[in-house]
Design a protein around this ligand. Structure first.
Ligand SMILES: [Zn+2]
Length: 358
């Protein structure tokens, strides 16, 4: 047993959490995964990297409708839509989408940094007018923080992004609200915790559980391949400290990113980890191991709404210390009725916590 753990704590009830970073995909994959997120999260910031990406108010509205239509009946879940920044999108589109209450935030993918990012921003200088507009109207910027220069080692891409892109961007736009998504390094932790309150970071469950060895344990393991890639153990430890620190600049964002088995098991396997079915339980495991279960609620349900200026949820969710074996796979039914597998994070493992289904 790890120190600080209270063995008598068998149950924890927290305000209902939100997921501040999720990929719900579209089509049959959307139908297979959305209920998993809506199972425990009341709101979720939905990433716009579909093919084609969400770059207009109309496509964001259509996507939101598809998400709502794919939910189980009676399910109360609010998707918060994002717009995908490109070199050519007009500031007027951002302003219009924000004024209509459609765009909750805008997502910056450096071109070719991750899944479906080829339409992303090729040079940060190209989007200065967009950033000026966002700063003025209060539209938050969500960042996939990695440089894409092939000469930069993949394990250094986040740290180099912070130095060369993020720092100058924040000093050019001091009033812009920015979230550095799915941070993976000690450098990111230090940078965010010493920055102004306009900068926050999300942390995924998988980056709290695995280091980069997971991708190479006993063979090439694409199930643990995500972007940004997991880093060395010292970074994982820094992320665990940050998530459980009680600092409001760090909050939940699962980056649950489902890919069909056939897209993972290929000579060019896709990046992404599908954690939605057990995301909250996976975080609970970490907070428990760190002796910080009393800080789970703030991380999961309070710091996100505070950063975004939204009300806290009023419902609650209860976790019980009842072990659960995570399914080895879920299934997705394609339009042609063929069935494909979808592997969740922790597949086949036993987690100590379960969400109590009322
Ligand atoms: Zn993501």
């Amino acid at each position: 047993m790890e120190s600080g753990l209270n063995p008598s704590q068998q149950k924890i009830t927290i305000r209902q959490p939100d997921d501040w970073h999720v990929h719900l995909r579209d089509g049959s994959l959307l139908e297979a995964v959305v209920a998993q997120t809506a199972r425990v999260f009341h709101r979720a910031v939905v990433m716009p990297n579909l093919q084609p990406p969400i770059t207009s108010v109309e496509s964001a509205i259509a996507y939101r409708e598809n998400i709502l239509a794919a939910l189980p009946k009676g399910c109360l879940f609010t998707p918060l839509m994002t717009v995908y920044l490109t070199d050519v999108i007009s500031p007027n589109v951002l302003e219009y989408g924000h004024s209509k209450g459609v765009f909750f935030a805008a997502k910056l993918y450096p071109a070719n940094s991750t899944t479906n990012s080829f339409d992303g921003v090729t040079d940060i200088r190209h989007i200065e007018p967009l950033l000026d507009t966002m700063e003025r109207i209060g539209l938050p910027l969500l960042i996939h923080g990695e440089v894409t220069d092939s000469k930069v080692d993949i394990f250094d891409r986040e740290a180099i992004f912070i130095e060369t892109i993020l720092k100058p961007l924040l000093s050019r736009h001091p009033a812009l609200r920015v979230v550095l998504e799915h941070i993976t390094t000690e450098e990111a932790v230090q940078f965010v915790e010493t920055s102004t309150s306009n900068l926050a970071a999300t942390i995924t469950p998988h980056h709290l559980h695995i280091n980069r060895n997971a991708m190479f344990a006993g063979g090439l393991r694409s199930d643990f391949y995500c972007l940004p890639v997991a880093k060395r153990e010292r970074h994982r430890i820094a992320l665990r400290k940050a998530a459980t620190s009680g600092k409001p600049c760090f909050f939940i964002g699962t980056d649950s990113a489902p890919h069909l088995r056939s897209s993972k098991e290929s000579s060019c396997g896709c990046a992404g980890i599908f954690n939605a079915p057990i995301a909250l339980e996976s975080y609970a495991e970490v907070f428990d191991q760190e002796g910080a279960l009393d800080r789970l609620e703030a991380f999961a349900s309070e710091y996100g709404p505070a950063f975004y200026g939204l009300p806290r949820n009023t419902n609650s969710v209860t976790l019980v210390r009842v072990p659960q074996v995570v399914p080895s796979y879920f299934t997705v039914k394609n339009v042609d009725n063929s069935i494909e597998k979808l592997l969740p994070f922790h597949a086949g493992e036993t987690l100590s916590w379960s969400v109590l289904v009322e």
